[in-house]
Design a protein around this ligand. Sequence first.
Ligand code: AHR
Length: 500
Amino acid sequence: RTATMTVDKAYQVAQTDDRLFGSFIEHLGRAVYGGIYQPGHPSADEDGFRRDVLELVRELKIPLIRYPGGNFVSNFFWEDSVGPLENRQPRLDLAWRTLEPNTFGLDEFARWTKKAGADVMMAVNLGTRGIADACNLLEYCNHPSGTKYSDLRRSHGHEEPYHFKLWCLGNEMDGPWQIGRKTMDEYGRISEETAKAMKLIDPTIELVSCGSSFRDMPTFPQWEATTLEHNYDYVDYISLHQYYGNLNQDSSDYLAQSDDMEEFIHTVVSACDFVKAKKRSKKTLHLSFDEWNVWFHSKSEEEDITQNHPWQKAPALLEDQYDFEDALMAGLMMITLLKHADRIKIACLAQLVNVIAPIMTERDGGAWRQTIFYPFYHASRYGRGMVLGTAADAPVHETSTHGEVSDLVSTAVWNQEEETLTVFAVNRNLEEDCRLELDLRSFEKCVPMEKLELAGFGLKEENTASEERVRPQSLTDIRMENGKAETVLKKASWNVLRFH
Ligand code: AHR
């Protein structure tokens, strides 16, 4: 089996926005408590932040982290999470039916992200609260001084405003599970008015309107069209959320789901452009894919805890243990995001620590990398630059619900500054290797540096706290002649082909 692919530096899709490599920390399960924050742990620093976690987060070079939810934000009372610790009181978190102790709040998160080298993507509560609260929170975070909430921040020891630039207008407001769920028109109106008011306080901020919670929501894509008709002039991005899983234990069909993600993106772009045309607007809306990942392994434990054992502090929720095929799926999703860098400017791997996460922690032990860590790591390290359109011709295979799909899913990123070209490629054929012939003749000099590969593992192979079984290896098996490269993409493999 042979696939051919031409990468030409003239076919430029778009320069990647760094925020495409963002992630997400929600007050959920052990993401905060026992994840990024664990005073008394041997690796905790002077703020109680786990150093072992910070190191792994920095390894991923994450530029942006969404906070504090997620579903959590829809009943978030930010005032309870700031100020002297002795005055803070626990609250019921209705989203996950747990106890929020409020010993870590928004000021602590701002401090933690500084240490992690990331910016904050903040969210306002449009579930149980509304315009006034969103304005108060923005005033607390971004206004310099001389007002009730900016001075409250200063009284808490944070003299300088945070200047959070990016704000989500609520979360998944179409979802029946959402506290304070809205109809399309209700959300359209409240998000329009909230956005208008927030931009009066700080015109430099950018706002994300909630799109559908996932592609199969019954109101998709009417939700996008209707809500944007209300708020189009005031918002800058629309959100997309999507999780996949191998629910039917059909791995081939599971990995075909990145084709669904392609369709999802095309439809949202179309809805945005429909509203743009209808409004005769000059503004093109961009996409914020601010929740994406694999999530399905831990669903029954989650249901049991939320339904039968509520009001625990930081129980183990959504702790998917990822296997090798999940890493392939995460890689496929990452490639799909990169291919649409012209419209997708922000994306958040959901989430970052313990909760459907690439990084896990042991309460009395260390932090470790799940299988999905690596495709994200490679993309974040080598996927920044100019995304190039590629002309590929690849063999196909049959799947149970997606029909015939291509073996090869790939993209290429040219980093002009560093003079490197990186081709990301997944062979999602589980039975057969595929020879890849790459035509790189548009690049005058192009020398193979290395091939990073995740391959040869059982599809269900996992990493654990004590053993990192699924990890990439660096190979040199790229042959190059007259501007054409050749290598073998093993069956079920994630490949990063690097040239300079
Ligand atoms: O990331 C976990 C949850 O998934 C988020 O809280 C919610 O926004 C989505 O449904």
